[in-house]
Design a protein around this ligand. Structure first.
Ligand code: IPE
Length: 256
């Protein structure tokens, strides 16, 4: 089984509140279906989550009751996004259901507590893909917090023990500096903890969940469990499908 995270940067326009990239999502879902591989998809929130979460500092937990309507609104927005992703998966021939993490998991000081996995296991056994996504999740210590799709990838890897995990983004992989600002940015085909420590302090992001450096951290902890873990560019047609078929593609591989 292969775990795939469709990042918010590929499934939405991250700069514009609630903008769904339907064509790209539709193509990526077809690539997954055409590969014939057994997969589970997780997706990010993109502009359905980060913009509003940042405006109300939802990632820092409860600080005042003016945040409460925003908690409900972000949950509504990411559910709407998920419903559209599910629509594209079903159109591609993949039976899938949306499983909102905020409705079945809690967090404890920012760490996801996912001991309630019976429903997602049962769905998978029935041949239905359980699709989870970045969400606002209640937190035992902070009141609430943001659970990223990357955290869900780590948890699902523990539950389903996939042979490979693929993070689909809008960049080819990791660079030593921000390729969107620096055209000469050096590409990193393989990332280790040492390389990550060198770059993580140098890149900033508008994300409430840590950007590329945070993602690499998740990737490194997942491949500690002896599992191939790659980051690739989903805006390039065919790249995800080639990776799913076991071909070598341009990507960054996490190495312990
Ligand atoms: C963020 O999830 C969740 C919210 C902001 C509600 P992710 O961190 O997985 O989303 P992307 O992939 O960066 O957009």
């Amino acid at each position: 089984m292969i775990l795939i995270k469709l990042g918010g940067s590929v499934i939405t326009d991250k700069s514009q509140y609630r903008t769904f990239s339907r064509e790209t999502v539709s193509r990526l879902c077809r690539e997954i279906a055409d590969s014939g591989r057994d997969c589970i998809v997780v997706h990010g929130a993109g502009s359905y989550g980060h913009i509003m979460a940042k405006r109300f500092s939802l990632q820092d937990g409860y600080s005042g009751k003016e945040q409460i309507p925003a908690v409900a609104k972000v949950q509504q927005d990411v559910r709407e996004l998920s419903s559209m992703v599910i629509g594209e998966l079903i159109s591609a021939g993949i039976p899938a259901v949306s499983v909102p993490p905020g409705s079945c998991f809690v967090m404890d000081g920012g760490k996801l507590v996912a001991d309630n996995d019976e429903a997602i296991r049962a769905l998978k056994e029935m041949g239905i893909m359980p699709v989870m996504f970045g969400d606002v999740v209640m937190d035992r210590k902070k009141g609430f917090g943001i659970c990223s799709g990357d955290q869900l990838m780590e948890v699902l890897a523990r539950i389903f023990d996939p042979e490979m995990s693929i993070f689909v983004s809008d960049i080819d992989g990791l660079y030593l500096s921000d390729p969107k600002k620096d055209p000469g940015a050096e590409f990193v085909p393989e990332v280790t903890r040492e390389i990550l420590e060198r770059i993580s302090s140098e890149q900033s992001s508008d994300d409430v969940t840590g950007g590329v450096a945070g993602k690499m951290g998740s990737m490194l902890s997942m491949c500690a469990e002896k599992r191939a873990c790659i980051l690739l560019n989903g805006t390039v047609p065919g790249r995800l499908e080639s990776a799913l078929r076991g071909k070598n593609v341009r990507c960054t591989t996490a190495r312990v």
